[in-house]
Design a protein around this ligand. Sequence first.
Ligand code: G6P
Length: 602
Amino acid sequence: MCGIIGYIGDRKACEVIVDGLKRLEYRGYDSVGVVTEENGKLHIRKGAGKIDELKEKLRLNEMPGNRGIGHTRWATHGIPNDINAHPHTDCTGEIAIVHNGIIENYLELKEELIKKGHRFVSDTDTEVIVHLIEEGLKDFKNLENALRYALLKLKGSFALGIIYTKDREHLYLVRNESPLVLGIGNGEMLFASDIPALLPYTNRVIFLDDGEYAVITKNSFVIKDMRTGEIRDKQIQEINWSLEMAEKQGYDHFMLKEIHEQPKAVKEAFYGNVKTIDKVAKEIAKYEKIFIVAMGTSYHAGIAGKYLFQRLAKKVPIVEEASEFRYEAEDLVDENTLVIAITQSGETADTLAAIRLAKKKGAKVLSIVNVVGSMATRISDLVVYTHAGPEIGVAATKTYATQLTVLAMLTAALAKHLGTVEESYLKELENQIHDLPKYVEAALGYENKIKKLAKELKDKRDFFYIGRSISFATALEGALKLKEISYIHAEGLSAGELKHGPLALIEEGVPVVAIAPTGKTYDKIISNIEEAKARKGFIITLGDSEELKEISDVFIKMPKVDELLSPIVYIVPLQLLAYHLAVLRGNDPDKPRNLAKSVTVE
Ligand code: G6P
């Protein structure tokens, strides 16, 4: 989704902005734009394309001024081209604006504004905002009031950055259902869509809430409610992420770095929660009606979570994509319901909408989140952090491993509290949860084998991933990783479904990746593998039992770990396979086409 960065201070604004935009690149974008101001004149350079090429072409690092705003656009309204790229200006060219989100009532606003004589140059919904501010200035004289006039007319989601030539000491920023964070530096202020863009300058931040705007100078800030204009008292938070954590540190890509960080991430997830998880589990124990809601990779963690709840706590949660839940659950959720939301960013629009619906209906909401202070953490009753550190690669890796770790800890604690499984088994499971970093490390040891395999598979068109029980989640997530970054068609299936349709697609050489840890349904998946083998599929198996070797074209021997914890370990070779296939096919795994790290629009 779009990225925003704003700067006011003593530095050359364009340099801070271009650097910040690079750090926001992972959000996904198709166009870039920068506006700076000097001596009461705006300088705007923008175009469709990537930051590196536009930096040279438009000389983005040679723009004058110490205040300015930058934007990466992920097109929603209007194709990606130079005109639709942000910033957009009003008729006078004195106000410039950047926007992340969607203005739902832009057509009617545009019509009204055209009648009043405003001239539009782009196809974007964003442009109406800046003309509305211009309109507001006619009556209200100062920009702050004109801005409020405009904001109160908007319907939809918007994070905004605004600069005005006649207001030389200030920048303005707004948050409503799209993320924006204010960074408080020393004699300088910044704002950005996400924390990594702020880290080179400060780790002191304020998360704006929906319906808030801020007026900043290089030394001060004031945050207000956009509806009432009242000042909001906000807490400054210190982020304990370091700049290095948000940099590649010698790896070719963030995704590879993040895959390799998994042993550490899982360890942090464990130690970050071990003391408090019992308390959360006791709260969960009170509920029989439980929904798990999430999107993308977090949704797959939710599917694994369902099996953990069932097997360990004998509870049956309903797992739903937040995008479905938000329209289906109105009459199903009440004060006796627990909704568990899983979200890395804490900003996914559908997941936030699901949380809000649950809250409205009186349900209790527990969120499992990675980004500290994000919106999900502020609107939930209970929060468990995954402690994975910043994840920059669009395809989630280490945050998935930590979500699963947290879910395993939570359900084991729940089982202990409820006495739903044998004590000796629980003890062994707890030991294995503690040792997870070791198992994940062992799984990383297969990288060379996977690299070789990737060479063999690089021209394949379709992949099938099959798994039973909790390994179904691994099949789904393995397939998603492949689709996202290598652009190869892949399907994740519960292995039992294979012969109900997909088997018709298995022919000679089609890769079938079987996730087969020993466990409850091990014998069953062997039969499914045989079915695929009989159709001459190219069989890749992941498992801890040597006998798999005989029925496989390629066998990846995994460390022996309880089936319920296997998703955390078995996903590692599948992440590596997707990564190496993407690189071999010439794709940038950190920035897959059409995708965004955090989907902040519906
Ligand atoms: C996007 C990302 C995925 C992520 C999903 C949910 O689609 O590309 O990697 O799993 O959003 O994001 P969340 O931040 O809510 O976990």
